[in-house]
Design a binder for this molecule. Structure first.
Ligand SMILES: [Zn+2]
Length: 78
């Protein structure tokens, strides 16, 4: 078990050479960004779409055009 790795995909976290590796609470942005984007959180959706356009991220089949959720609408459980 690698300590500093995403719990979902095993990617090493916080690697300067990997734009999808920022640590999002134990999981990488690559995983979290996709979940949030597919879940309809617009800020993540915009970021993920830009990453796909830039070739950083693999295309996601079921990405919504507009998630319908902005910052104020997101229920983060708090
Ligand atoms: Zn991951």
């Amino acid at each position: 078990m690698i300590e500093n790795a995403c719990r979902m995909c095993g990617r090493l976290l916080d690697q300067p050479s990997d734009p999808l590796s920022p640590d999002c609470g134990g999981d990488c942005w690559g995983c979290i960004g996709e979940i949030e984007a597919v879940g309809g959180y617009n800020p993540s959706l915009r970021a993920v779409r830009a990453e796909i356009a830039a070739g950083i991220r693999k295309p996601i089949a079921d990405l919504p055009d507009d998630g319908g959720l902005d910052d104020d609408d997101w229920d983060d459980g708090s």
